[in-house]
Design a protein around this ligand. Structure first.
Ligand code: DQA
Length: 146
């Protein structure tokens, strides 16, 4: 799930966010996850609207989605509402960032409202962050004690 300003990946400030687009993710995920990809159904969702993201997360809860890789974009740093949603739907979620938010110059990017409500965080690897998040989710769901 991608939040605001993440609908044109590859075009937006590629010096920060990379040149790859979300269309490149399935291939990259297969490189990282290998045959495990055969047992995964991936759904993509992107919205620039906080409420629409919450609606989609509630729908994921209703339909029994097993895990979420979430790049909430700037809402990461501002949205108590998204954090509140993750707190009750309790779908295992990995927070994803293309850039290493702690290495960014703006101090507000160093804090995450959702960080306390996720299994873990992967940041700084461009599009690979998403593939690594899927791998982490897969391991977490199949080998929870590892
Ligand atoms: C981002 C980092 C955020 O600070 C920023 O607002 C984004 C993208 C990332 O993927 O690096 O929109 O989440």
């Amino acid at each position: 799930m991608n939040g605001p300003n993440l609908g044109h990946l590859g075009k937006r400030q590629p010096e920060i966010y990379g040149h790859q687009s979300m269309e490149d993710l399935p291939d990259l995920a297969r490189q990282v996850l290998g045959a495990a990809m055969d047992s995964i159904t991936l759904e993509f969702y992107q919205s620039n609207c906080e409420g629409a993201m919450i609606n989609r997360l509630e729908k994921a809860w209703k339909t029994g989605v097993h895990g979420v890789a979430l790049n909430a974009g700037a809402y990461t740093h501002t949205s108590l509402a998204l954090a509140d949603c993750l707190a009750w739907i309790k779908i295992p979620t990995v927070e994803v960032h293309l850039s290493n938010i702690w290495a960014r110059p703006e101090p507000i990017r160093h804090q995450s409202f959702i960080g306390a409500r996720v299994v873990g965080v992967i940041a700084g690897f461009g599009l690979l962050s998403y593939a690594l998040a899927l791998q982490a989710l897969y391991q977490h769901l199949h080998h929870p004690s590892a």
